[in-house]
Design a protein. Sequence first.
Length: 223
Amino acid sequence: MPDSLKSRVQTFDPKQQFAVIERRLPHWSQAGTLCFITWRTWDSIPESVLQTWIAERDNWLRQHGITPGSPEWRNCVQQLPDDLVAEFQRLVSDRWNDHLDACHGACVLRQRELATIVADSLRHFDGERYDLTDFVVMPNHVHLLAAFPDEESMLRQCESWKHFTATRINRELSRKDRFWQQDGFDHLVRSLDQFEYLRQYIAANPTRARLRDGEYLHESKPM
């Protein structure tokens, strides 16, 4: 890894101030620290699949002494032994992403002109309101890596992205339907190794979903 990357990437430091912002889901934030963020279209996961996934996740958490409704549950998972963290990743987080990669729903972002609306929105304030390193626009979801300057700016910016892109995409489709799911998923990047893993994960997402060229948009800054 180049020295320039090491000097630019800030990962989570539990010794420094951070915030847990309560909404429909808890969101962790720390000024300047990279976040891995996912948001998905309203129809990306059928309700029956979603409820089964939530039940399985909550059951796993309870089995390991973690209260599912607690705002601390993500941090509690990270405090478990490495083998259990890996098990959670394999049985819970990876399964969630597998459901997204199954491309449920209308998948309108498979259309290049609509995916470009999302990509252009992500790029628009890069270097001004946030620092964006990587993103992929998939047919029914978006993954991105970005750092934000303060505790509230990440959620404000995500709301801005989603509102702007939903309005533009619905206009292109001549409809007024709800487009994005209300809450996204995010977590703070905890190490340079995890940062590299997530960059590779984003880059490989279209291959895992068996997409063809033109059915997604991916961008990664050279470091």
